[in-house]
Write a protein that binds this ligand. Sequence first.
Ligand code: FES
Ligand SMILES: [Fe+2]
Length: 346
Amino acid sequence: MQLQGSGQTFPAGWFQIGWSYELARGEVRPLRFFGEDLVLCRYESGAVGLFNAYCPHMNANIGYGGRTVGETLACPYHGWQFDKSGCNTHIPYSSRVSQSKGLRSWHVVELGGSVILAWHSPDGSAPSFDPPGPDELPGIGESTFCPVGPDTSRRYAELPMHIDFVTENTVDMSHFKFVHETPEMGSILELDPVDHRFHVRFSMPMKLYGPDGGGEVVDAVTEVTNWGLGLILARFTDGASLIQAQTPIDDTRCELMLTMVLPRNVSGSDTPTGEQLARFKMACRQVENDMVIWTHRRAGAQAHLVAEEIAPFKTFMKWKRQFYPAPPAVGSQTQRASRSESEVKS
Ligand code: FES
Ligand SMILES: [Fe+2]
């Protein structure tokens, strides 16, 4: 049952809501994203379902105590069951079912059996673009890659910030020297907005971190792809990739999730090497540096960019408007309007 969502304030796109390893068969758990209480479940077949959490019968939150029964989700209060599309299929004490009342179902996918994504659109419409595929995230879920688990994923919950601060970072070359300890400012080699993708290639001197700290500086070319406003994908020359995901919780908070997809080392072990883990730790550390700024940055205020930085910001702002239902309101404190929108003024 695909009902129109109540959310009018969040952009359209694919957003991460968790990791596959967190959700066992038969498990039901409550979530809150996009200003909605949701319930996530894994059926006995292994498929995943996502629904608005409140039961149409007497409004119990199914995320608390609900269970799966075969390929249905059962409410903990009076046992009403709902199928994968959210339709009521069984009322234990009645010969009838409710034809008109069901749960709103969300489109959900698992990338390589590793990362769980949900589609959100402001008007509740079906996905208008695909989630990233093997071309964007080579190796995810394949036997030649380490399984994604707690060592290679990290969640930053309840951050008081707008999600667009994260994607905007991919065109902000002048912050790297101050926030990410790069010896020099980087330069953009290529900006390529195509449909829902925004590809950025930039060169940057980078400081490396080994298991013991490291510190060697190398010149590096980095390529990232913003996949809508929810996912930033970075691919590395050795086959590894990093997924940086930002998902709105409500109008003022969001959750960030980082996932490192790593090729298995020569031993074939499930566990990444110390060097691989150090690299992931470095990526987390850099995002944590950004977070200090993002979570304290003033919302909705105008910024004054100089000529050297304005062009990539303008390109980015123009691209991101496609994901919002209406022109962002200047001065908004919410996830609806990017706080950056008013800032592209020199
Ligand atoms: S509230 Fe869900 S079955 Fe009654
Ligand atoms: Fe940054």
